[in-house]
Design a protein. Structure first.
Length: 84
């Protein structure tokens, strides 16, 4: 097996693992960071599949802008566990 074939096996496993971790985290910021990691791994997979334009778009929009919007939305809300 070549290095590229190993990477094509490892990256999807890491993608699924980071998605599962994002769902299992109780902390919303940690979940947002896990989703950003998943998006970066996906952009790496696109780059390896020789689609650099899609990889750049995924890294820029998926990892950076979307994560920033999610974090800002989380920061602008308040906790309600103690109320009720």
């Amino acid at each position: 097996m070549t290095t590229i074939e190993i990477i094509h096996i490892v990256l999807p496993v890491l993608l699924v693992a980071s998605a599962i971790v994002a769902v299992l985290f109780k902390d919303l910021i940690a979940s947002a960071i896990a989703l950003a990691v998943m998006s970066l791994l996906l952009s790496l997979e696109f780059y390896i599949l020789q689609a650099p334009d899609v990889a750049i778009a995924e890294a820029g929009i998926g990892a950076c802008i979307t994560t920033a919007i999610i974090v800002l939305a989380i920061r602008s809300t308040k906790r309600m566990e103690g109320e009720a």
